[in-house]
Design a protein around this ligand. Structure first.
Ligand code: C5P
Length: 232
C-alpha cells in the first residue's frame, strides 16, 4: 500500500465568521474546532502522515492551545493568503523522495465532523483516477442567475452535487496541477486539477454531517450532531 498524506488547511482568517479568533480555533464541545478535525482524521486513517497548515500569525495561539489541552500537534506549515497557496505550501512539506503514487488527501480544517467512512471512500477511489471527491445531493431548489444577476431561471437540482473535503489525489498529479499559476476560479482542489487537464474525477458519497463551519451558528449545529452521534 502506498503512503497516505493528509494536508489540513487551517490558515483562513474566517472573515465571514465575524469573530476575533479564526473559526478553526473557536471552541466546539469544549475544544478548538481543528482539534476535532485532527482527531477524526487520525482515527479514520491511523497510519497517515498529517500536515497542518496554519497562519504564521496564529502559530503562537496554536502552541498555547496544544499545551492547554495536552494535544499533540501534527507537523505545522505556514499558510498563505489564499487556500490555494496554503495547499501549495502543505504540498511542499511532503518529502521530495515520497512515492509519486502516494495518496494525498486535502481537508478543510473547518470541517471537524469528517468521518472514517468518507475518508475510506475517498482513499479507495484516489489511486486509479485523476482524483476522488466526496459530494452530497442538494436539497434546496436551485436557480441560475442571468448575467445581470437579477433575472433567474430554475435548474434541475438532481443534476448538481455539493462538494466537500477531503479530496484525494495521487502526489504526482497534485504536484503537476499546483505548479500552474493561481486563478480566482480555484475554489477547491478539484478545480485546480481540472485546469491541469485531470478531469477524470470520481465522485464518492459524502456525508451531510460533514459541514464546513462558516457562521457562528454552525458551531451549535455541529455540537448537536456530535451529541446525537454520541447517543446513537
Ligand atoms: O474560507 P473557507 O471556509 O472556504 O476556507 C476553507 C478552508 O481553507 C478553511 O479550513 C480555511 O482555514 C482554509 N484556508 C487556508 N488558507 C487560506 C484560506 C483558507 O488554509 N488563505
Amino acid at each position: 500500500m502506498f503512503p497516505v498524506y493528509i494536508i489540513i488547511v487551517a490558515a483562513g482568517s474566517g472573515s465571514r465568521f465575524g469573530s476575533d479568533i479564526p473559526k478553526q480555533f473557536c471552541l466546539m464541545g469544549g475544544r478548538p474546532v481543528v482539534m476535532h478535525t485532527i482527531d477524526n482524521l487520525r482515527r479514520a486513517r491511523p497510519g497517515a502522515e498529517l500536515i497542518l497548515v496554519i497562519s504564521p500569525s496564529e502559530e503562537e495561539r496554536w502552541r498555547t492551545l496544544c499545551l492547554e489541552y495536552g494535544f499533540e500537534s501534527p507537523r505545522t506549515v505556514n499558510g498563505g493568503k489564499t487556500r490555494w497557496e496554503s495547499v501549495k505550501n502543505g504540498l511542499s512539506a511532503i518529502p521530495a523522495d515520497a512515492s509519486p503514487q502516494s495518496a494525498v488527501l486535502i481537508h478543510d480544517g473547518a470541517r471537524p465532523l469528517v468521518d472514517a467512512a468518507t475518508v475510506s471512500r475517498v482513499c479507495g477511489a484516489t489511486i486509479n483516477t485523476d482524483g476522488a471527491i466526496p459530494a452530497v445531493p442538494v436539497s434546496d431548489s436551485l436557480r441560475r442567475l442571468d448575467e445581470d444577476g437579477v433575472r433567474s431561471e430554475p435548474v434541475d437540482r438532481a443534476a448538481f452535487r455539493a462538494v466537500q473535503t477531503p479530496q484525494g489525489f495521487t502526489l504526482w498529479r497534485l504536484r503537476q496541477a499546483y505548479s500552474l499559476p493561481y486563478q480566482e476560479s480555484f475554489t477547491d482542489d478539484a478545480s485546480v486539477m481540472a485546469e491541469a487537464g485531470f478531469e477524470n474525477i470520481t465522485l464518492v458519497a459524502g456525508n451531510p454531517d460533514n459541514i464546513k463551519i462558516t457562521n457562528p451558528r454552525d458551531i451549535l449545529i455541529a455540537e448537536a450532531i456530535m451529541s446525537a452521534d454520541a447517543e446513537a
